[in-house]
Design a protein around this ligand. Sequence first.
Ligand code: 26W
Length: 813
Amino acid sequence: MTSPPRTVDGFVRQFLENLNLVRGVPLSASSDNDRYQALAHTVRDYLMARWLEDLRRQREAQGKGVCYLSAEYLLGRQLDNNLLATGLTEIATEAMASCGIDIDELRGHEVEPGLGNGGLGRLAACFIDSLATMGVPNIGYGIRYEYGIFRQTFVDGQQVEQPDAWLALGSPWEFPHPEAAQTVSFGGHTETYDDAGVTRTRWVPGWNVQALPYNYMVPGYHNGRVNTLRLWSARATDAFDLRIFNSGDYAEAVRAQTFAENISKVLYPEDSTPQGKELRLQQQYFFVAASIKDFLDTVLPKDFDLTRLPERVIFQLNDTHPVIGVPELMRVLVDERGLEWDAAWDITRECFAYTCHTLLPEALEEWPVDLLGRLLPRHLEIIYRINDDFLDEVRARYGDDEMRIRNMSIIAEHPERSVRMAYLATVAGAKVNGVAELHSQLLREKVLPAFNEFFPGKFTNVTNGVTPRRFVRLANPELSELITSALGTGWLTDLERLRELEVYAEDPDFRTAFGEIKADNKRRLSAVLAARDGVEVSDGHMLDVMVKRLHEYKRQMLKLLHIVTQYEAIISGKVAAADVQPRTFIFGAKAAPGYAMAKRIIHLINAVGQVVNNDPRVEGRLKVIFPPNYNVTLAERVIPAADLSEQISLAGKEASGTGNMKFALNGALTIGTDDGANVEIRELVGDDNFFLFGMSEPEVEALWARGYKPAEFYQRDPQLRSAIDLIASGAFSGGDRSVFEPVVSNLLYDDRFMVLADYATYIGAQAKVDAAYADQDAWTRSAILNVARCGFFSSDRSMRDYIDRIWHTPPVL
Ligand code: 26W
């Protein structure tokens, strides 16, 4: 297979052919969707030859590869990224123009696959981009949800969720492979049998579903490489249907189909609060079982000696969601392939590694034994055996220290008997890593200290990163060009080279150019928001941005208190409007549909915006914009336009953050706590180029230990009191005090995330921000230094760290 010619004419010919043969329409009668689909197919055609070549190359090399197991991939739009990777952007633009088509309009037609909730899913997408760019063999395995993360709308300022039917207009980037379907079983019981004198166990499942793989191309940047993302979709098995059909119950047969297909129907929108729902466990086992089987049966050669499995694969567990893969591999090796338990365990322990992405205790998944035993009876037996063997080792080391045994057991007894998936992953994993230095330290010292002591050398850190292809080159083309004009090419795959920009921070012409680009990006954002939501970013305003999932620990409330404080100060006459630095505040945040407090906070942000934006006393000074449905596509517009990046979680709560890195790399300054990767950002950019505030993690602990009483902060601080009183007065709810009463009393009497304790230093730091922004030239210098010093946060570097310390998977050249 050869690619079509890399000329404008060649591209046009291929495009028209796709329009005619794939869409079945002539150019003159084609809709925008027809054109977008044909364009996507054309780009696909160029990638195809490379993909096939790569599959061949990787099969021949027989090297070790990474199977990244992730329940989420938040990919963002594909067209631009694939054009960039193949170097076809200019050719495609000209080709479309010569057909009288504006490629920008077609770009807008792509619905992004929102197959993730937030940071964890986007990280997976960045990682597979980097692996392809580095030429490392990788298959990303996951679920092809029919409905991704919900589309957020606001009705009277309150979040309303709409289904995300991202496949409705066709999905040109995917390749279904029904011939490679796998059967995944559930339920039933186990039995033992005699196998030539050896007692073995077999699982007699109650029901099966089919897992159909859909392949997606993951192109490397300008290196001719294409890896595969393989997402599974659930279908009813024929046998399942047939049995019921034959019984004559048509309605029941259709119900069976629906039941099976529900497994990949919808992404769970809960971020960090496990629901413990059976369907979620079904999803987890469904994709992990299909993936492991797929790798063993179709990627490895037929007669492969499984004792050598660790030479060929590492299964990376993206949080606990795929951890059921551990007992699944044991089951396959012992029950199906006839290995001895100990041999199988030796293999399994080398083939898995586990990344933890959280510190919130409530986010650590546990599956009730009842549920697990009903759905996966054999897996529960295997987990018990793993636990028994492990606790024997613990006893051998420490004696009968029952307290320790109970603390380290994979099985929790309270409040109900359940399997601690993080413990299972830690016992089984060759390595366990956190996602930023502070997070990994807290993981070792606070979350899993007994395991850290028991398994010396198992715990490590890999600080997260983001792909500069999407988040610098595509999101910020002008800045990218400026960087290239200074450094030449090559920095996009060697991001530490941004260091060379440091000297340019001292160059007035460079600063001017940099400042103009920021202004252009604001105008571009303003145009996007005007078209999308009918709102504009005011000229000359500082753009102050907080975009991330809505969660109390991330403290959108703190940002809001700052806004209300400024607003109150102006309307009460304490401060003259003319003395206030004009700011536009941008929020983007989805709340989990069942998270009532998060939804109230969304309502309050919109309510404050409504009042502030319509009050002539603050006109031209303060503006609040909350575009609904923040997603990757919007992130790519918002981040390059930002002046100030809000990273204000309570210290010790945000595992890493990755938005923080994207902002810094696009020349926004951070106001932030010493949390997650903020710590590393600040170390790199320097205290002069970062606005630090708030308690450190040890200070947070100390305040809890002393007894935290938020109301005391309210009593002591008149500014804080005025802000909270204004909210409580009903000023943002048409005089109705009851609407936001739960938010106010939560702050005053509970405040789990210590918003009030950090309020004063936050307001102080914001005053420093205002003062710094007044000197535009100095601000721009700081912004340039942020860019220059954040090359470390490329996901290429994260991948190198994983490869060196955990995976040991060299590139295939
Ligand atoms: C429903 C159970 C559950 C539990 C945890 C769902 C989702 C989670 C995730 C761990 C949430 C998540 O996305 N964590 C984020 O991971 C990012 C990538 O490592 C980090 O940058 C963020 O700090 C972390 O919150």
